[in-house]
Design a protein around this ligand. Structure first.
Ligand code: PNW
Length: 467
């Protein structure tokens, strides 16, 4: 049977604002998500991350559960405003916040679980947003982000060997500053490109700092996580093939081509014109090559054609219907997701051939349609999520063993049902059911499925006698 190499890491992912709760405890300062949730109408069920899965208090129990899932690694994010409540480089560091994450990291390591730590999963300190416009202010935000990163490298770098600077800049720029559906809720056609620039610069300067001052003595790696849906042309006509490439350029290339090739994609230059923020030569020198690996979040494939009205995707019509009228795969609870493993395999090949870096799949997962209206007993038998993971895990296995794409790790999204941003608590992505009334956790069948799948599909380490 084909297998992944013995050093392949796998586990589950979460993010601070989606699970921690205790937003006012332990000295934490507010983030832009606290402020966004407080505005009426922004979150579908009127909820917020105020309690979430209560993991700030239940973290020991969470680590115990992770251990029973047999994971090798756990990806979580640090809350910037728990560590520096007001966020800035001259603001005080909160020792209680540091102690919280330190204890979590040590507990993971004690249980043989390797931490993958995201510095920024969207919860900007509200104070920085109010003080100078947050991500819109290059001079300030780059320095403050780098200072925050430095505090984290100092506090945790002796035990954390895997760092992710940003989670999905696409969501921050497009959903936060173009469409206004994520914090801070801005609607603009210029701001996304300013934020695009500043996020990449902040990332690149944090990586520069890590490489110059920490990498050697701490021995870790650092990179960025970008997200992409594979873009499947509706058919083989030249306009649809061209549209698919444009879709990749607008979703991924706007970040990846800068970081890995030092330029914006041609289609982005053509359509956005002088709203693109040019990089100075000095800036480009810091940005180019500023990631040790390719961090990938991916959930689905879109069928694309030209002729749409949405500039943010390069004017494409996107859907899931194929020319014969059939659907690509099983529909999830969220409208943007259907199951389609072959697209994942093609995407992994595309990334390897284009950017030539080892890949970590830092998120991949599925929300079962209407899971929230089922009883707990029904919900834990999550057949559609198992079908999804079965498809995607096997597609990845083929990419690694047959196509020779160096995928080094895989994280299912998510460890727990949690606060699904603007969807609130109605959309459940977890392999663990969370009963929000009691905060009790119930493993779903998909958690057992992945444990078994990875046990069977990772090679046993070479024993002494083989050496
Ligand atoms: C990711 N889309 O976000 C995030 O990293 C997670 O925090 C989140 O919970 C998870 O996916 C599930 O949504 C996305 O509109 C947000 O295509 C939006 C999209 C995709 C991913």
């Amino acid at each position: 049977m084909a297998q992944l190499p013995s050093d392949f890491v796998w586990g589950f992912a979460t993010a601070s604002y989606q699970i921690e709760g205790s937003v006012a405890a332990g000295g934490r300062g507010p983030s832009i998500w606290d402020a966004f949730c407080a505005q009426p109408g922004k979150i579908r069920d009127g909820s917020s991350g105020e309690v979430a899965t209560d993991s700030y208090r239940l973290w020991r129990e969470d680590v115990e559960l992770l251990k029973t899932y047999g994971v090798k690694a756990y990806r979580f994010s640090l809350s910037w405003s728990r560590i520096i409540p007001l966020g800035g480089r001259t603001d005080p560091v909160n020792s209680e916040g540091i102690a919280f994450y330190r204890a979590l990291i040590e507990e993971l390591l004690k249980n043989g679980i390797e931490p993958f730590v995201t510095l920024y999963h969207w919860d900007l300190p509200q104070a920085l947003h109010e003080r100078y416009g947050g991500w819109l202010n290059k001079e300030e935000i780059v320095q403050d982000y780098v200072n925050y990163a430095k505090v984290c490298f100092e506090a945790f770098g002796d035990v954390v060997k895997n760092w992710i600077t940003h989670n999905e800049p696409w969501a921050v720029t497009i959903l936060g500053y173009e469409k206004g559906v994520f914090a801070p809720g801005h609607i603009s056609n210029t701001e996304p490109w300013i934020v695009n620039h500043n996020l990449i610069l902040a990332h690149a300067h944090a990586v520069k700092l890590y490489r110059e001052q920490y990498k050697e003595k701490q021995g870790g790696q650092i990179g960025i996580t970008l997200d992409c849906h594979w873009q499947l042309p509706y058919d083989d006509s030249p306009e649809n093939l061209e549209a698919a490439q444009r879709g990749i350029d607008f979703k991924l290339g706007r970040f990846a081509d800068l970081i890995y090739k030092g330029t914006y994609p041609e289609s982005v230059k053509r359509i956005i014109g002088d709203r693109l923020v040019e990089y100075t030569t000095e800036e480009l020198a810091v940005v180019l090559g500023s990631s040790d690996f390719f961090g990938l979040n991916t959930y689905t494939t879109q069928v694309v054609q030209p002729g749409g009205t949405d500039e943010s995707n390069g004017f494409l019509k996107t859907g899931f219907t194929l020319p014969d009228g059939s659907q690509l795969g099983t529909q999830a609870h969220v409208p943007w997701l259907q199951t389609y493993g072959p697209g994942f395999r093609t995407l992994l090949n595309y990334l390897w051939n284009t950017y030539k870096l080892p890949i970590y799949v830092t998120e991949n997962g599925f929300a079962v349609k209407n899971e929230n209206s089922l009883s707990i007993e029904e919900a834990i038998h999550d057949a559609d999520r198992i079908e999804y993971f079965h498809n995607y895990a096997n597609a990845m296995l083929q990419a690694v063993t047959e196509d020779k794409v160096p995928v080094k790790g895989y994280f299912g999204w998510s460890f727990l049902d949690n606060f699904e941003w603007a969807d609130g608590y109605q959309t459940r992505f977890g392999v663990t059911y969370v009963d929000y009334a009691t905060q009790k956790r119930y493993p779903k069948d998909s958690a057992r499925f992945l444990k078994k799948w990875f046990t069977e599909h990772i090679e046993a380490p070479a024993s002494d006698s083989d050496v």
